[in-house]
Write a protein that binds this ligand. Structure first.
Ligand code: FES
Length: 92
């Protein structure tokens, strides 16, 4: 089966430097949560992928949904769940 929607969740962890990174600010937890929810809800055609730096670090923790090209800041489970309900579930 080919996936119809891919959500790439940045989990990059940067040590030092000027820019913040997403991995330590909720990115990792958000990805784990969404992966589990997609499985629980049996959302066919939806894939949650780990991503490295998406070069939007200051907006992070960031995720991007394709094919829509929708960028979003997801910092915690509540935001992740709201995004799932709005954009990852099939429309009725
Ligand atoms: S570290 Fe996440 S976008 Fe750069």
């Amino acid at each position: 089966m080919k996936f119809e929607k891919h959500l790439f969740v940045c989990e990059n962890v940067r040590q030092g430097g000027e820019r913040p990174s997403c991995g330590g600010r909720g990115g990792a937890e958000v990805r784990q949560y969404l992966k589990a929810r997609v499985k629980d809800l049996d959302l066919k055609g939806v894939r949650i992928n780990m991503s490295g730096c998406l070069d939007q670090c200051e907006e992070g923790p960031v995720s991007v949904l394709y094919p829509e090209g929708r960028w979003v800041q997801l910092s915690n489970r509540e935001q992740a769940e709201a995004f799932l309900q709005a954009h990852l579930r099939p429309s009725h």
